[in-house]
Design a protein around this ligand. Structure first.
Ligand SMILES: NC(=O)c1ccc[n+]([C@@H]2O[C@H](COP(=O)([O-])OP(=O)(O)OC[C@H]3O[C@@H](n4cnc5c(N)ncnc54)[C@H](OP(=O)(O)O)[C@@H]3O)[C@@H](O)[C@H]2O)c1
Length: 296
C-alpha cells in the first residue's frame, strides 16, 4: 500500500518545498491557511477527522518573532495549542507527526554547538510557544519527531537573502547585526536531508537538529549574500556590509539568543550524510533562484 501524507503549511517557505518533494513520492494532501486555520481548534478537528494519513508534517506557524512578541495569545494558539491537538489526533490515527521547531528554544549562553539534549530556555514568546509545542508533540506519541531548524531561507517566500540583496541594490551603505550567531539553513538542503523520511525508508523519533554546516553572524551572512550576488551578476550599489549591534535595532521587539548554532551530529549518525556548508547553500540559492530575476 502506498503511504499518504498531509502537510499543514504548504503555502509557506518550507511547506512549499516539502509539498513539491512529497508529491514526487506518494499521494499528499497539502493544506494552506485557507483550508485550515490553526487558530480554530474546531477547524483542525473537522479537517483532520476526514483524512486518513500515515505521516503529518506541520510546517505552518507564526514565524515573525517580533509579531509574536506583541501577540502572545495568538502565538500560543497557533504555534503551541494547535500543534498539541494535531499531535493527539495523529497519534489516535496511528500516524506519525513531524513537527518543525527552532534554535530559538535555546538561551544562547552555551559557547559550543547545541545538542538535542541540551537544556532549553527560550528568551522570546515565539521560542516559548515552540518549546511548549515540542513538549506536547513528544508527549503525544513516541513515534512523533521534532526537527529544529535555524535561520531558514528558500524560494517560496522572500527572507533574509532577498532583503539584504535588494537593500544593497538600492542603497550605498548597509549595516547588519554582528552580535548574533547561528547557522543559515537552505530549505532545499533540508528537503534533501529528509528524503529518506519522505520516501518512508527511515523512521526517526524524538528531537533532531537540522541546519547547514558552519556558523556565522547576521553580518557575515549578509556579506556572503552580497559576495554571491556580485559573483552572479546582480547589480549592487554597495558590496560591503558594515556592522551594528542588536541593541541598535529599535524595531526588534523580541530578544534573540546571542549564539544558537546547533550540532547536526545526530542527523549525521542516523543518515550517514553530512549537511552542506551554509556558504555553498547561499551560493546555490543566489545562483539558482535570485540571479535569474535580479540580473538585467
Ligand atoms: N524562518 C526561519 O528562520 C525559521 C527558523 C527556525 C525554524 N523555523 C520553523 O520552520 C517552520 C517553517 O518555517 P517557514 O520559514 O517555512 O515559515 P513560513 O514561510 O512563515 O510559513 C508559515 C506558514 O504558516 C502559515 N500560517 C500562519 N498562521 C496560520 C494559521 N493560523 N493557520 C494556518 N496556517 C497559518 C502561513 O500562512 P500565510 O502565508 O497565510 O500567513 C505560512 O504559509 C516553522 O515551524 C518555523 O517555526 C523557521
Amino acid at each position: 500500500m502506498h503511504s499518504h501524507s498531509v502537510i499543514i503549511g504548504a503555502g509557506g517557505r518550507l511547506g512549499g518545498a516539502l509539498h513539491a518533494a512529497c508529491k514526487r513520492e506518494h499521494s499528499v494532501t497539502a493544506l494552506q491557511r485557507r483550508d485550515l486555520d490553526l487558530e480554530n481548534q474546531g477547524s483542525i478537528q473537522t479537517v483532520l477527522e476526514d483524512l486518513d494519513y500515515d505521516t503529518l508534517w506541520l510546517t505552518a506557524a507564526l514565524t515573525d518573532v517580533d509579531y509574536c512578541e506583541s501577540h502572545p495569545g495568538q502565538t500560543e494558539a497557533v504555534n503551541s495549542e494547535a500543534a498539541k491537538l494535531i499531535a493527539r489526533i495523529s497519534a489516535e490515527k496511528g500516524a506519525r507527526m513531524i513537527f518543525f521547531s527552532t534554535d530559538y528554544v535555546f538561551d544562547g549562553e552555551k559557547s559550543d554547538l547545541y545538542l538535542e539534549e541540551d537544556a532549553t530556555r527560550p528568551l522570546n514568546v515565539y521560542g516559548q510557544s515552540k518549546r511548549q509545542a515540542e513538549e506536547h508533540v513528544l508527549a503525544a506519541s513516541d513515534r512523533h519527531l521534532v526537527i529544529r531548524l535555524s535561520w531558514l531561507f528558500g524560494h517560496n517566500k522572500a527572507g533574509f537573502p532577498e532583503w539584504v540583496i535588494k537593500q544593497a541594490m538600492q542603497r550605498d551603505s548597509l549595516s547588519i547585526v554582528a552580535d548574533r550567531q547561528s547557522c543559515p539553513t537552505y530549505t532545499e538542503d533540508v528537503i534533501t536531508a529528509l528524503s529518506p523520511l519522505i520516501q518512508d525508508k527511515l523512521e526517526i523519533s524524538g528531537i533532531m537538529h537540522l541546519c547547514n554546516q558552519g556558523t556565522c553572524t547576521w553580518q557575515e551572512w549578509a556579506q556572503h549574500c552580497l559576495d554571491c550576488a556580485g559573483k552572479h551578476g546582480i547589480p549592487l550599489q554597495t558590496r560591503e556590509v558594515g556592522s551594528c549591534l542588536m541593541s541598535d535595532i529599535k524595531s526588534f521587539a523580541a530578544q534573540r539568543p546571542t549564539f544558537s548554532a546547533m550540532s547536526t551530529a545526530r542527523y549525521e549518525s542516523l543518515s550517514g550524510q553530512v549537511m552542506p556548508n551554509w556558504k555553498q547553500a547561499v551560493d546555490n540559492y543566489v545562483h539558482d533562484h535570485l540571479a535569474p530575476d535580479l540580473t538585467s
